[in-house]
Design a protein around this ligand. Structure first.
Ligand SMILES: Cc1cc2nc3c(=O)[nH]c(=O)nc-3n(C[C@H](O)[C@H](O)[C@H](O)COP(=O)(O)OP(=O)(O)OC[C@H]3O[C@@H](n4cnc5c(N)ncnc54)[C@H](O)[C@@H]3O)c2cc1C
Length: 471
């Protein structure tokens, strides 16, 4: 095959220079590769918080890539603007004859990429990189996409065991990155943003941060099954933001899980497969993009949508300690543990009777690892409107969830310090009759910490009444 003279590698949510499908193809199929990243003005202008952790995470990750490329005599070209204009400009400026990128499955990106490809006069190539299996690679025997997780997972696992996992070697001795002078990196200020609290909350960034977390998790992966549901314990990997921006490789993670051979690692592999599952749901059932329920019978649920309750939920002052601790974790750090995401989502929809789309949008605004497919999947699961969701009549009891998954109240005390004098028995429902007098001697309930804004048993009955006509 004749090599392209100069190609452009457009990095997007694959911010790494190893095991990267598009990069590997570009390096082996071109004489010289220019690497570029565009801060997409269409996306960034829509963000109202200008101290956005995600923008800073990307910025820091790019800095690492830029340094790595500089050491190889090359550079990362970083621009701000609408990619519809910037990509053709870069192709012209660097006289490239091919464009390489990894696929992005989100609706906006799909539309943007196809418009760019249509108007380009040079060849363009897109690769699967973000997921293990994509689009319609895993289908039922009848040739349809799956909407139930377990058979999808079984088929997924069968394929992995049969085909193995092949990583992309971008480490060839002949690293033909374009030899160009290092340029100045755009500052956060120049793209309209400021530093966030990313450094304070201690989320390790970029390829180096991803590697640190992987090394740490490898020592704990065998315990994943035992510890993953307890937000007060260090049981999970904390890799989701790295999966979101591709500062780790999903193939590398799956390989680690497969090689570990423990019960913990196989449960963790399941979580990686949930990720693939929701990506293929997004691809095969695009109606979920329009704010629609996966199951259309649930499009007309009549939620109460009480604005005051919504504010209390967002701000972590519902009077339910586990809910408040979880929401304050999200507000303070940009992360929330998976078990807590399930509990607060269920609480918003089935205790406060608020439309799941309101919660979905709030998570979109706040989560550092926000990913449309997993977020929509998680919310529709909790609201029972989704493909393989919690049955509509199953409603988490926030107090029982709290007792089960934070038995000592260790997590609650970290984020709701006003409750730190309470015992592990009192902390989950400080308002309960038999404990209230003792609790009141320690704090002024209703003043120092709110009384519950709703009664779980009463709300449960209302929820069942909202859902039952649609079953
Ligand atoms: C209401 C709700 C909203 C959610 N929103 C998001 C979101 O916007 N972005 C996001 O990445 N995850 C989301 N999740 C899934 C899950 O909560 C996070 O992926 C997980 O908490 C991240 O922590 P971790 O990296 O330590 O995960 P681990 O437990 O270590 O899991 C490893 C990886 O598997 C993937 N993963 C784990 N659980 C899921 C899942 N249920 N669905 C899809 N992928 C999964 C993630 O990439 C994660 O990094 C949501 C879940 C719920 C219930």
């Amino acid at each position: 095959m004749n090599k392209y003279k100069k190609s452009l590698l457009w990095l997007r949510r694959d911010l790494r220079l190893y095991d990267n499908a598009a990069l590997c193809h570009a390096l082996s199929e071109s004489e010289s590769v220019h690497c570029a990243f565009i801060f997409d003005s269409v996306i960034l202008e829509a963000l109202t918080n200008k101290e956005d952790q995600r923008v800073e995470f990307i910025w820091e990750s790019l800095l690492q890539i830029k340094n790595e490329l500089n050491q190889l005599g090359s550079d990362l070209i970083v621009k701000y603007g609408d990619p519809l204009n910037v990509i053709p400009e870069l192709i012209t400026e660097y006289q490239c004859d091919a464009l390489y990128m990894n696929k992005d499955y989100e609706q906006y990106a799909q539309k943007r990429d196809s418009e760019i490809i249509c108007q380009l006069k040079v060849k363009s190539f897109q690769y699967k990189d973000q997921v293990l299996y994509e689009e319609q690679e895993i289908l039922t025997q009848a040739g349809n996409p799956y909407s139930v997780f377990t058979p999808y997972k079984n088929n997924h696992l069968k394929k992995i065991f049969l085909e193995g996992i092949t990583q992309y070697d971008c480490e060839s001795p002949n690293k033909n990155y374009a030899q160009i002078k290092p340029s100045r990196m755009l500052t956060l200020d120049e793209i309209g943003f400021k530093k966030s609290n990313l450094a304070d909350v201690g989320i390790p960034v970029g390829i180096k941060g991803g590697e640190l977390l992987i090394e740490d998790f490898k020592n704990r992966i065998h315990n994943y099954k035992l510890k993953r549901d307890f937000p007060g314990k260090k049981g999970v990997s904390y890799l989701s933001v790295h999966n979101r921006f591709g500062t780790v490789s999903i193939r590398h993670l799956a390989k680690i899980a497969l090689e570990n051979l423990s019960e913990g690692s196989s449960v963790w592999l399941n979580e990686l497969i949930w990720r693939d599952f929701y990506f293929q749901i997004l691809f095969n059932f695009p109606h979920i993009n329009e704010g629609k329920a996966f199951k259309p019978q649930y499009n007309q649920l009549e939620f109460e949508n009480n604005q005051e309750y919504f504010m209390a939920w967002k701000e972590g002052r519902t009077g339910y300690p586990i809910i408040d601790a979880a929401m304050r974790q999200l507000n303070n750090t940009g992360f929330m543990h998976n078990r807590l995401r399930m509990i607060v989502a269920s609480f918003l929809v089935k205790d406060l009777l608020i439309d799941w789309r309101w919660g979905e949008a709030y998570f979109e605004e706040k989560l550092i690892d926000f990913d449309f497919s997993a977020n929509n999947g998680g919310w529709q699961w909790a609201a029972s409107t989704g493909c393989d969701a919690q049955p509509w009549f199953r409603i988490f009891n926030p107090v029982l969830q709290s007792r089960k998954f934070d038995p000592e109240g260790q997590f609650i005390k970290k984020y709701v310090p006003e409750l730190c004098t309470l015992t592990s028995d009192e902390i989950h429902e400080p308002w309960a009759d038999k404990k209230k007098n003792v609790v009141m001697r320690k704090l002024n309930l209703g003043v120092d910490y709110p009384l519950p804004i709703v009664d779980h048993s009463e709300q449960r009955i209302k929820t069942l009444a909202i859902y039952s006509p649609h079953k």
